[in-house]
Design a protein around this ligand. Structure first.
Ligand SMILES: NC(=O)C1=CN([C@@H]2O[C@H](COP(=O)(O)OP(=O)(O)OC[C@H]3O[C@@H](n4cnc5c(N)ncnc54)[C@H](OP(=O)(O)O)[C@@H]3O)[C@@H](O)[C@H]2O)C=CC1
Ligand SMILES: O=C(O)CCC(=O)C(=O)O
Ligand SMILES: [Mg+2]
Length: 729
């Protein structure tokens, strides 16, 4: 039977679900629409590994390959090691019998435990569910709202010293090699060491005919000298030093690169005390947030701490995540995530926060040069032409290649920190070498796969989107890059399968595409960016954050390749700072627009899947209600005393009930919702007062990674009048 699966995730979106889902469920039930939930939070995924909870992620992963899939996926935590350890500790304290995260996996038992936790680590949800490519855009109503109510943009001085530093040589981009395999095959990755020993790094990689396979290596000696120069440059230019990585989705390579940044910044400390730190299990890859408290256990801990402090005092000023709490850019690998961090910096006028809590220009260090140029081009444009104007600017929607763990975001099981110098080769079933790299110890080597079927579907989606929106579409592909050169050939081939008459479809290298799109955006014109997986991620934060202030307001649809739909909510993350605010003062700033938008196509799909017209009516009325919601400016405010997430849900419920009561397509539904619409309208003042009354005091939700359901329900549904009205429906 058709059903909508609404996911329980983490942090702010989970809290919002406690308030919003009861509304959805109540309304859906009236129209005979089945809504079920599945818990894919990091806590539930840990418990599932040890048989203490259902493995809902595996279940949904399978569902996503079937036409029955209709999944609403809210943002979830992609846990770094420090977050994973915190979640484990919280679950243990709550009485769950689960093991510690093994620091040194030196026994088979410890290795097994580590393997289980590795399945939960990093971006472990999205790649499982994303059995399709992505179509993300700002709906017209949101774009119009943003133009009418432009958010604040920081000014861009023409002499801003903010820039991007990137390697440009000896990195993943410049060392990339790529082939398209001619037939189904099984590949192997083999390291032949200098003294002739063969080490199989990866056995049996299954590939399909037409699949694009790339390999590349980041040469660590060059990374280290690059970082040394970048640190010196930030110091001499008097700007902040900030590193921007994606330690969550690139869960193997980027924590290692982050560790190199930490070791470079604290080079003297690691030269002198590196052995002590290693012996204590304190890894640079986990950041200062783990190392500094860990020093308390060491006999010479105070001395090492003083050495860290000296290095901070003498180095360039570090960009801060939280200057009040002294949390730097180098504290936690997942605190600064490039897709959100770079746009936020650009939106602010090219500034980040320094240790005094003041704004300062920054050198944004993005070691690999594959996509760094997009940000440099945006910075250059802002420096030359001033900040973008949300009141007039056009839009850059995205069609992203993502299906079946495409490209870099599927590379973590094929990424290796090389133990010994030699040659790494990708060898096919016939024993022929397809790709080969010389490597040194410590280098980071990786391979990526992109299925032909995913590429075909992506090209189709781009053509459909260009047609539906009557907007030029640019494939952001660089013929000088090995992988992109393979893709360009395929794009040209597959475009010929479609009617592109009258469409403006071009191929441009990313920097050129950035400049082109920015020129158009400044003239108020829209340009679809058709990109690979990483730029999908980056662009769907970059442009929305500049255009709308946040990527939470995006419509984010994944038409699944086998039919069915995955509806992601917004394009941003789980906003951990919003949880802190809720706990401190019972105020949740999370904007659920992404959830509202996701629900409309999900209900439409449900109507198709089930043949129930009531679902269609629910969708059409929700669409209208969302428009009233925007016109009446009912998004959560930023300050106490204004309506927050819960208040915004009340207004959506009110407008939705009114639309349902007013529509004429389904008289039974109209009659069912009439009393509720009247009740909610009549009690508006009381309900809003009840919702506002709780603000300003701490709230107890009984856990961070696994909040207590009863306590959280109480916090998130504080209006008895509203709850009673819903219950009476
Ligand atoms: N799809 C997914 O599952 C994704 C998950 N993540 C995960 O989320 C966590 C945090 O990542 P991070 O990169 O900091 O991204 P976040 O989106 O959580 O944070 C960036 C900022 O975006 C704004 N924001 C995002 N969503 C909303 C919303 N609905 N309402 C209001 N404001 C919003 C806020 O900025 P401001 O104060 O400027 O308004 C927020 O502080 C990580 O664990 C990460 O892995 C990240 C991206 C996508
Ligand atoms: O899976 C993740 O960690 C984040 C996903 C993300 O940022 C995106 O898809 O835009
Ligand atoms: Mg993203």
């Amino acid at each position: 039977m058709a059903k909508i699966i609404y996911t329980h995730t983490d942090e702010a979106p989970l809290l919002a679900t406690y308030s919003f889902l009861p509304i959805v469920s109540a309304y859906a039930a009236k129209a005979g629409v089945e809504v079920e939930t599945r818990d894919i939070s990091v806590a539930a995924r840990i418990l599932a590994q040890f048989g203490l909870a259902d493995d809902s992620l595996a279940e949904l992963g399978e569902l996503a390959t079937t036409p029955e899939a209709n999944i609403i996926k809210l943002p979830n935590i992609s846990a770094s090691i420090p977050q994973l350890k915190a979640a484990i500790a919280e679950l243990q304290a709550a009485g769950f019998d689960i093991p510690d995260y093994p620091e040194n996996a030196d026994t088979p038992e410890a290795q097994e435990i580590r393997a289980k936790y590795d399945k939960v680590k990093g971006s472990a949800v999205n790649p499982v569910l994303r059995e399709g490519n992505s179509d993300r855009r700002a709906p017209a109503s949101v774009k119009n709202y943003a133009k009418a109510h432009p958010h604040r943009m920081g000014a861009w001085p023409s002499d801003s010293k903010t820039n991007v530093a990137t390697m440009g040589e000896h990195d993943f981009k410049s060392n990339e090699k790529s082939v398209t395999v001619p037939a189904d095959d099984t590949l192997q990755v083999v390291l032949t060491t200098k003294n002739g020993e063969k080490v199989v790094l990866k056995e049996a990689i299954k590939v399909l005919e037409g699949e694009v396979v790339d390999a590349s290596v980041l040469e660590v000696a060059h990374l280290q000298s690059f970082l040394k120069d970048a640190i010196a440059r930030a110091k001499s230019e008097g700007v902040l030093f900030s590193a921007h990585l994606k330690a969550t989705m690139m869960k193997v390579s980027d924590p290692i690169i982050f560790g190199h940044v930490v070791k470079a910044f604290f080079a003297d400390v690691f030269a002198q005390y590196g052995d002590d730190l290693a012996a204590a299990g304190l890894s640079a890859n986990d950041g200062l947030g783990t190392i500094l408290p860990g020093l308390d256990k060491l006999p010479n801990g105070a001395e090492i701490k003083a050495a860290f402090e000296k290095a901070i005092a003498e180095g360039p000023a570090l960009a801060m995540v939280d200057s009040d709490k002294g949390i730097t850019n180098l504290h936690v690998p997942s605190d600064v995530i490039i897709d959100a961090s770079m746009p936020a910096m650009i939106r602010g006028g090219g500034i980040m926060w320094n240790a005094e809590g003041k704004e300062q220009e920054t050198l944004a260090v993005i070691p690999d040069s594959s996509y760094a140029g997009v940000y440099q081009a945006t910075i250059d444009d802002c420096r030359e032409n001033g900040a973008l104007d949300p009141a007039t600017m056009g839009s850059v929607p995205n069609v992203g290649l993502m299906a079946k763990a495409a490209e870099e975001y599927g590379s973590h099981d094929k990424t290796f920190e090389i133990a010994e110098a030699g040659t790494v080769e990708v060898v096919n079933g016939a024993g022929e070498v397809l790709l080969s790299h010389e490597v040194a110890a410590g280098d980071i080597w990786r391979a990526c796969q992109t299925k032909d079927a995913s590429i075909r579907d992506w090209v189709k989606l781009a053509v459909n989107r260009a047609r539906a929106s009557a907007t030029p579409a640019i494939f952001w592909l660089d013929e000088a890059r090995a992988h992109d050169a393979q893709l360009i050939e395929k794009v040209n081939t597959y475009l010929a399968d479609h009617d592109t008459e009258g469409l403006d479809i071009r191929i441009m290298a990313p920097e050129e595409a950035t400049k082109f799109s920015l020129e158009r955006i400044r003239r108020g014109e829209d340009t679809i960016s058709v990109t690979g997986n990483v730029l999908r991620d980056y662009n769907t934060d970059l442009f929305p954050i500049l255009e709308l202030g946040t990527s939470a307001k995006m419509l984010s649809v994944v038409p699944l390749m086998n039919g069915g739909g995955l509806f992601e909510t917004g394009a941003g993350g789980s906003a951990p700072k919003h949880v802190q605010q809720l706990v401190a003062e019972d105020y949740l700033r999370w904007d659920s627009l992404g959830e509202f938008f996701a629900l409309v196509p999900s209900l439409e799909l449900y109507a198709e899947q089930s043949g129930k017209d009531g679902a269609k009516v629910l969708a059409a009325t929700l669409d209208k209600a969302t428009e009233s919601f925007l016109n009446n400016d009912r998004s959560p405010g930023r300050k106490l005393g204004t309506i927050d997430n819960r208040g915004s849900h009340f207004y959506l419920a009110l407008y939705w009930a009114q639309e349902l009561a007013a529509q004429t397509e389904d008289a039974e539904l109209a009659a069912a919702f009439k009393p509720l619409a009247e009740k909610l309208a009549a009690e508006e003042e009381t309900i809003v007062a009840e919702l506002l009354a709780v603000q300003g005091k701490p709230a107890d939700i009984g856990g961070y990674y696994r909040p207590d359901a009863e306590k959280t329900t109480k916090v998130m549904r504080p209006s008895q009048t509203f709850n009673d009205a819903l219950a009476a429906l």
